[in-house]
Design a protein. Structure first.
Lengths: 395, 224
């Protein structure tokens, strides 16, 4: 547009120059014709119009090929040499340059206004159309941002947006998500199937060990070996069970929810753990607010409470204590215990174990995390001066 | 007592039938749907141990036929599928109990015996071992005429051992039996020892002879 303006200005200038020249030339011709016919009566000079003076000019000027044309203050003039009776006359014709300058300014202003209006219109129209044009693009972007592969929800993208390119983009994205989704589902299905298939051989090993341990040929040596096989097999079974649980929660296979009386569950499990570990942990304090209810899957809630409680008892010190508090705000479990190794942020990671402990699977707190994520519960862990605190809020 | 085990995995079927045969049960095993249907039509069993996934059909279908025939054989479902739905479905079809694989043989045995007790005892169930008498309804234990005060865990432990008398029961099996929750999240077996110790002490205090033995490191056995 700027280049256009410059070009327009230059063209205008050239036209004006050409017009001036034409007019001056016409006047020159008229003046000289009149003067050459009647040198006596035609005055040699008329102020602001022309002047004729005898003089010398170079030959090329006489030919008239390069006329002297210039603007002085308000006048434009043309000087040309003419011959009459072997005498050279210099004829200078004048015209007013004012009109032409005014014309130039007026045209330039008009042009500038047109250009500005055009610019504004273009910007406005452009914005309007691009807002409308890019709507599918932004809705696609928002849909992708809100997409979570773990939620098993298909990505909703329009494939008839009215713009060919966006339709193609959305179709490509849908294909991509489809493939990724398929791979993710296969992965989960594989884990579940693998865990499931592992159960049968594990059950066979267990039953054979149980039959063998009654065998008449058992001696202390073979009993020791059998015991080690049994323990390894039990750990494997437990790990497998927990992995299966994790994938099942992942796969959304616990959709049934019911109203659970949490007070009773916590009390029941609390009593069991207190009694089960009474030789290790002699002090258990329980404060349970009655009638705390929760809408959730009963099996999952049992696993959640179970794992938190068991953790409090297992990762404790000899003659330590456990404090269980349930209110309608949440469940807080405190226990004495040594500081955990490593990063507390990674406490809930899979296969992360505190101490070197061969009896745990390293999946208990991962299960807790999975369940809290499923129901959007908030879980916080803190450790201060020998006290572990796990706070679970059901908000 | 006549027992039928329907289980498609031959190795597991063999383990179960052998385990029960050692206890004076008449125990038969079949590994597919048609054989099972045939047996169930021909013979009345005291208890049927039924797997759900079978070649040729579903164990649940067998259960349905059985109940439609008005047969009252006790049925315990054993299944690798432990979702709540399957359990509820199984029990609605008329199963008496449901056990998730993998299970411990002493646990299965305890379930079978509990079922048989319920079936044949008309409410006044008691276990009498000469040196020990257990009233199941009131959960009281007496020895030589003296009652023994036991905690819930100790009572459950004693009953489990008594039910599996003269057999080795591993600590893991005991821990899982004691927990007895809807999920398989039993605590580790390392504290079973302390409960056994307490139980033995309480029995001894009331003059009961030493009937609970430790079998190397493998587990415990109640001998009478």
């Amino acid at each position: 547009m700027l280049a256009g303006s410059v070009f327009f200005y230059l063209t205008l200038m050239a036209h004006i120059r050409h017009m001036k020249h034409q007019q001056l030339q016409l006047k020159q011709t008229n003046v000289w014709n009149a003067y050459s016919l009647d040198t006596v009566h035609v005055p040699a000079m008329l102020a602001g119009e022309y002047s004729i003076a005898p003089g010398k000019m170079q030959d090329d000027m006489i030919s008239g090929s390069d006329d002297v044309i210039a603007d002085s203050a308000n006048l434009a003039y043309l000087m040309q040499a003419h011959r009459l009776n072997n005498k050279t006359y210099i004829v200078t014709t004048y015209i007013s340059a004012k009109e032409y300058r005014h014309l130039l300014i007026k045209v330039s202003i008009a042009e500038a206004i047109i250009f500005i209006l055009l610019l504004v219109t273009i910007v406005i129209v452009n914005r309007r159309t691009s807002a409308r044009l890019w709507t599918p693009f932004y809705s696609t972007m928002n849909a992708i941002r809100g997409y979570d592969i773990r939620q098993n929800k298909p990505l909703a993208l329009e494939t008839t947006t009215g713009t060919e390119e966006f339709d193609r983009l959305n179709r490509t994205l849908l294909d991509l998500i489809d493939h990724v989704d398929q791979a993710y589902r296969n992965q989960k299905q594989f884990t579940e199937n693998a865990s499931h298939e592992l159960q049968t051989p594990l059950a066979i090993i267990r039953s054979k060990v149980e039959l063998l341990s009654e065998g008449p040929g058992l001696n202390e040596d073979s009993a020791q070996l059998l015991q080690e096989i049994a323990e390894a097999n039990e750990r494997l079974s437990q790990m497998n069970k927990n992995l299966l649980l994790l994938t099942r929660i992942d796969n959304g296979q616990y959709p049934e929810v019911e109203l659970i009386e949490l007070s009773r569950s916590v009390e029941h499990l609390g009593n069991f753990f207190r009694e089960y570990y009474e030789n290790k942990i002699s002090r258990t304090a329980t404060t349970i607010q009655p009638n705390v209810h929760l809408m959730a899957n009963p099996a999952l809630i049992e696993i959640l409470i179970n794992n938190l409680l068991r953790n409090a008892y297992i990762h404790n010190i000899p003659d330590g204590w456990v404090d269980i508090q349930l209110s309608d705000k949440g469940l807080v479990i405190k226990n004495s215990g040594p500081a955990i190794d490593g990063d507390p942020e990674r406490l809930f990671d899979r296969f992360r174990k505190g101490r070197v402990d061969n009896r745990t699977t390293g999946l208990g707190l991962a299960l807790v995390k999975q369940i809290t994520q499923l129901y959007k519960y908030d879980i916080q862990y803190t450790y201060r001066e020998g006290v572990h605190t796990l706070s679970l809020s059901f908000a | 007592m006549k027992l039928l085990v329907v289980e498609d995995e031959p190795s597991l079927l063999n383990s179960i039938t052998r385990y029960f045969q050692q206890e004076q049960f008449t125990c038969e095993g079949v590994s597919n749907f048609t054989d099972a249907l045939q047996r169930m039509e021909d013979i009345i069993y005291d208890c049927i141990i039924l797997d759900i996934n079978l070649p040729g059909g579903s164990g649940l279908q067998l259960l349905k036929y059985l109940r439609e025939d008005k047969k009252k054989d006790g049925v315990i479902i054993i299944s690798a599928r432990d979702s709540l739905d399957d359990k509820i479905l199984g029990l609605n079809y008329g199963a008496d109990d449901y056990l998730t694989k993998p299970f411990h043989l002493p646990e299965l045995s305890a379930r079978v015996k509990a079922l048989l007790r319920r079936k044949y005892s008309d409410g006044s169930a008691a276990v009498d071992l000469k040196v020990l008498h257990i009233e199941l309804a009131s959960r009281t234990v007496t020895t030589q005429g003296q009652s023994i005060a036991l905690s819930k865990i100790e009572y459950d432990l004693l009953l489990f051992l008594v039910t599996n008398k003269n057999r080795v029961v591993s600590r893991q099996a005991i821990a899982e039996h004691l927990y007895n929750g809807p999920s398989d999240q039993a605590p580790g077996p390392e504290f079973v020892y302390s409960h056994i110790k307490n139980l033995k002490r309480k029995l001894k205090e009331k003059g009961c002879p030493e009937i609970i033995q430790s079998v190397y490191g493998l587990g415990y056995k109640l001998v009478v």
